[in-house]
Design a protein around this ligand. Structure first.
Ligand code: AHR
Length: 513
């Protein structure tokens, strides 16, 4: 939680950030640093898997070693797979067994051909190498409940049954124990093969949830949401909340100009808040009163279990700039890195509501990580992600910020009348030993000298800066030329409690408690 006092623009010198490390607000679920790999563009083939690479970049299984190293560096705890829109026509059975027997199929989401050379067993092997948990999305488009049950049995079955034996026959004796399963992807979307109405989806999701949990009660299910602020979300949460463990929402931020770009993630913050309210609303029990003319009595939320939000597609993406059917290879600028910092601040501020978040996507497709056959490079957006994943863990801390605010045009437009967009976007966290303060100075031109009221006795503060005075907002990285990266220094306050946040920068400050 961050509260904001907006200063007049000419009061820049009076910016303050106030926090007390003991004022913790909620635990940060490590699963918010999850990833997503879809059979789309060069994410799987050429990203995760490139058996033909002859530049020494793959291991004996054909997995890109440099990509695995980045996933390890980012400490990615969970990875969603295999889609995305791709999943709506995916036959998981095509992707198992001897590779020369696997069929190639037309792929309808991105208008390609799926060779099925990378399937369930390869993904599980890859997850093991990375040290991450799989999160599988079920095909509720052309797929049947029978297919879904069979996939669950293939992955988690430990008895002498057909699909568990198929897995054993394919060389995998032990069950994979996949814990997280999504009930379809963007089933509301007109682009979806087998688009559903909310009523049809909810009815089907409940039946699927019942059967899947009968087969394996240990799994966690995720219902398919929209952007968190829609009637689809309201209805699906109302109908399905007692059957699922999380409700998913998707949002991609974007904007043609810098300020529109950095205002856009606030729609996601609002979406988290609205979805959270919808969950509470759905849990309200209505009792029928025995008294005439008082038909209903509100008795408050029921049950102990409250589903959390799974933000399983989020990122910065302008689909006109980087179309999906052309591989969606976004080139991220410093402005996008600042939007990324704001996205992650939003997750920390609202961590109480979030059970998981998986950035869409993790390699090549709208991704912080780009490969070529000869190497990889880290986009501007990689660095805030790395700093958050490394340091913003444990518990979120309440913060009060006093600074100027941006009041111009936003994207979406409704943000302007709904949210305050501070020039300093802030979140804070503590692991009990260190205090970590993440600050995005979104201002194009102004540095902000800021009073940090939490400091005082600190002799040394570690400082990590992305962007700042020596950069342009349009700076971007490319292979062999990582212009935007982390600048690491130490700040010795020596009595001063004022730190200057450079114009258009992301800064992470950390000090021992
Ligand atoms: O992540 C790219 C695509 O965006 C996903 O396939 C889909 O779910 C969303 O529309």
């Amino acid at each position: 939680m961050t509260t904001i006092t907006v200063l007049a623009d000419d009061n820049n010198s009076q910016s303050t950030i106030t926090l007390n490390p003991s004022h913790t607000i909620a635990n940060i679920d490590p699963l918010i640093y999850g990833g997503f790999t879809e059979h789309m563009g060069r994410c799987i083939y050429g990203g995760l898997y490139e058996p033909d690479n002859n530049h020494g970049l793959v291991n004996s299984k054909g997995f890109r070693i440099d990509v695995i190293d980045c996933f390890k560096e980012l400490n990615v705890p969970v990875v969603r797979y295999p889609g995305g829109n791709f999943v709506a026509t995916y036959r998981w059975q095509d992707g198992i067994g001897p590779k020369d027997k696997r069929p190639s199929r037309p792929e309808l989401a991105w208008n390609g051909i799926e060779t099925n050379q990378f399937g369930t067993d390869e993904f599980m092997d890859w997850c093991k190498e990375v040290g991450t948990e799989p999160y599988l999305c079920l095909n509720m488009g052309t797929g049947t409940l029978e297919d879904a049950l069979a996939w669950l049995e293939y992955c988690n079955g430990n008895k002498d049954t057909y699909y568990a034996n198929q897995r054993r026959k394919n060389g995998h004796t032990e069950p994979y124990n996949v814990k997280y399963w999504a009930l379809g992807n963007e089933m509301w979307g007109p682009w979806q093969v087998e688009q559903h109405t909310k009523e049809d989806y909810a009815k089907k999701a409940i039946q699927w949830a019942k059967a899947l949990k009968l087969l394996d009660p240990s799994i966690q299910l995720v219902s398919c949401g929209q952007d968190g602020c829609s009637d689809w979300d309201r209805y699906v949460i109302q109908e399905c909340h007692s059957w699922v463990d999380m409700h998913s929402i998707h949002f991609y931020s974007a904007g043609e100009s810098h300020y529109r770009n950095i205002s856009s993630p606030y729609a996601a913050e609002r979406a988290i808040q609205v979805t959270s309210a919808l969950i509470d609303l759905a849990r309200c029990e209505i009792d029928y009163s025995p008294w005439p003319n008082t038909a209903r009595i509100y008795t408050g939320p029921r049950g102990k279990r409250r589903p959390k939000i799974c933000f399983d597609e989020w990122n910065i993406w302008d689909a006109e700039r980087a179309p999906g059917d052309k591989g969606a290879e976004e080139q991220y600028t410093l402005s996008d890195a600042l939007a990324m910092g704001t996205w992650l601040n939003i997750f920390i501020r609202n961590c109480k509501e979030l059970g998981m978040a998986t950035i869409a996507q993790s390699v090549n497709v709208i991704s912080p990580l780009m490969t070529s056959s000869t190497g990889l490079f880290k986009q501007t957006t990689y660095w805030p992600l790395l700093l958050f994943s490394k340091f913003m863990r444990g518990q979120a801390i309440a913060v009060h910020v006093q600074c100027a605010a941006y009041k111009g045009e936003t994207r979406p437009e409704w943000i302007q009348s709904t949210c305050t967009i501070p020039k300093l976007d802030v979140s804070a966290a503590t692991d009990g030993e260190w205090v970590n303060l993440a600050v995005v100075n979104v201002d194009e031109n102004s540095n902000f000298e800021t009073e940090l009221t939490v400091l005082g006795s600190q002799s040394e503060v570690e400082v990590f800066i992305v962007g700042g005075e020596s950069h342009q907002l349009t700076d971007f990285n490319s292979q062999g030329k990582e212009v935007v990266k982390i600048q690491e220094t130490v700040w010795r306050p020596e009595g001063s409690t004022k730190f200057t946040f450079q114009k258009h920068s992301f800064t992470l400050l950390r000090w021992k408690m």
